[in-house]
Design a protein around this ligand. Structure first.
Ligand SMILES: CC(C)(COP(=O)(O)OP(=O)(O)OC[C@H]1O[C@@H](n2cnc3c(N)ncnc32)[C@H](O)[C@@H]1OP(=O)(O)O)[C@@H](O)C(=O)NCCC(=O)NCCS
Length: 166
């Protein structure tokens, strides 16, 4: 089924929070998403919907030429169907359209699935933040991709996009 990607609205937040709780051991409260949508002009959040139901979400901050993935998750019942990848491509498109040249993110050292997804899109590990996750003192890998404005990156994105469901 086709994933419909749309800007996140306040009405989507209860579903987003449910997926967040099923996806992460430390979670953002609903208030944090409201604040992001209503007061953070650097923030851009999207949801992916199937038949009107939110099954995925993600967001970035864009600050001049730098962008940062703040969160991305897919409802556990809908994983492995390229929805996470479609959302990542949407975030990359959004960042590029707003003039970003670079994108960074933090990911748990143990989260090999997410790391695979990011590596597929050209992200590489540039540093480690020791004990970054306070729930279990796990390290964060800082991953980075760029130059998003280069022909090399645009060609990679185009060819990966052509393999995704429409
Ligand atoms: C990470 C996440 C968003 C991926 O979403 P998804 O819809 O299940 O993944 P997709 O079907 O789009 O797969 C895209 C790529 O991710 C990687 N991937 C997905 N599932 C994988 C698995 N079970 N094992 C290894 N790699 C996997 C692969 O690189 C895959 O590309 P491929 O199919 O060409 O091999 C999802 O697993 C999730 O929500 N995880 C919990 C939240 C989280 O960890 N977010 C990231 C925080 S940094």
């Amino acid at each position: 089924m086709n994933l419909s990607l749309e800007p996140m609205l306040p009405a989507d937040i209860p579903d987003v929070v449910r997926i967040e709780r099923e996806s992460f051991s430390t979670t953002w409260p609903g208030d944090a998403f409201h604040t992001e949508l209503q007061t953070n002009r650097l923030a851009h959040y999207y949801v992916g919907k199937i038949d009107g139901t939110v099954v995925a979400y993600g967001g970035i901050w864009v600050i001049m030429e730098d962008s940062h993935i703040t969160t991305i998750a897919v409802d556990p019942r809908y994983r492995g169907r390229k929805y996470g990848e479609l959302l990542l491509v949407k975030l990359l498109d959004e960042a590029v359209s707003r003039g970003a040249a670079w994108m960074t993110l933090e990911v748990r050292e143990s989260n090999l699935i997410a790391q695979n997804l990011y590596r597929k899109y050209g992200f590489t590990t540039v540093s480690t933040r020791r004990g970054y996750y306070t729930d279990n003192n796990e390290n964060a890998l800082v991953m980075w991709a760029g130059n998003l404005k280069s022909d090399l990156f645009a060609n990679r994105l185009r060819s990966l996009r052509s393999l995704l469901p429409a």
